[in-house]
Design a protein around this ligand. Sequence first.
Ligand code: UD1
Length: 406
Amino acid sequence: MKIMSVVGARPNFMKIAPFIRAIEDYNNAFREDSQPVPPSRPPSGSLHHSATSPLQHILVHTGQHYDDKMSLAFFEALDIPQADINLEIGSGSHAEQVGQTMIAFEKVLREHRPDWVVVVGDVNATCACSITAKKEHVKLAHIEAGLRSRDMTMPEEVNRLVTDRLSDLLLTPDQLSSANLRAEGAAATAIHFVGNIMIDTLEHQRAKAERLEIATIVQENAIAGQKRPEASPLRQDAFALMTMHRPSNVDDAGTLTAILDFLLEEVAAEMPLVWPIHPRTQQRLQDCGLWEKVLDCPGVLLLHPLGYHELLRLNMAARVVLTDSGGLQEECCVLGTPCLTLRWNTERPVTLQEHGGASILVGNDVHKIRDAYREMLVAERAPARPELWDGRTAQRIVQALVAFEG
Ligand code: UD1
């Protein structure tokens, strides 16, 4: 069986790493000579399979994220083999990204004719390759199916709806997502509740992250030009960790300014605010004339985008996380780090306090953020593990693909 999997942007990489490992494990279990593939990093997604491997795998990177810190660093840190094919799409408007990806991916599908295309998450690459696969009559599997924010202004919600509507195999991270798909009329036989593949990566990498020194992470990733005085080292449970990149928070100058004022005047005045900054957010701060203000604030520690282990290490030690990222909400849930989700809705309700998780939704209203922030400062670390977030999701996904009878 020939499987082509697709990644495009940063949050895809931690979802594909366990899947590729599970394919290798499956093939190893079937090798006649029972000689396992050596553990060294294979040169590419497919080259290391022998012709007799039951599962042939081809990895495609659309190139939506292209900076080393947004892409290559994750491939190396998570031992993802080099992509077999890179479509080199890069930045652009949504229509440009989706359109160019479809044109390039169609050629790839015609050349390689896989049995399956496997897509992950909800980025533009996910949606573009799903449409192309179905138009080429290739079976489609979606890892992380069924998440719904019900907010059609989010590009990710459009991507999720299109991808799920087209998928032959809907691999869901939790039972709420399976219920969403059933309510939309998806065939019960297509829906497979397999758990959260991000947690496979977290469990696989946790020990390596724990060995990192926080002081070294900060030193090696600090953005130059900050006025911050030579700081005392960050202590466990004594700093806030922040990430933000959603258009709803950073594109409107008024919203961005209000959130920033709260961060600088209230959070950073009280404890160090560690902020690894997304390229989109840095660009918006510069466009709005706010970049110097952040650089000059002594309580803010601005960092370049961090690697997987570095961010996980900081999350393990943070007193509180403020974020609009989906993946961080899930990681906070499993680590128990109190989390303020800077959004009005979430496609991941299972991570919220009312479902036993660690997050509260606070949107981008400063009064609401302030009240929840005070509440979170005194909250206990309460790790939670939703059903099947057990580190073995990728294995279940490979089994579901192999067993599929469509
Ligand atoms: C994308 C995903 C979002 C995900 C986020 C994680 C979509 C619709 N959105 O948003 O779901 O949470 O990735 O990062 O797919 N840029 C760089 N270097 C890069 C990549 C991007 O400088 O390597 C810049 C681009 O030039 C662009 C901006 O960042 O100006 C946004 O990039 P884009 O891929 O369009 O969307 P993200 O906001 O990253």
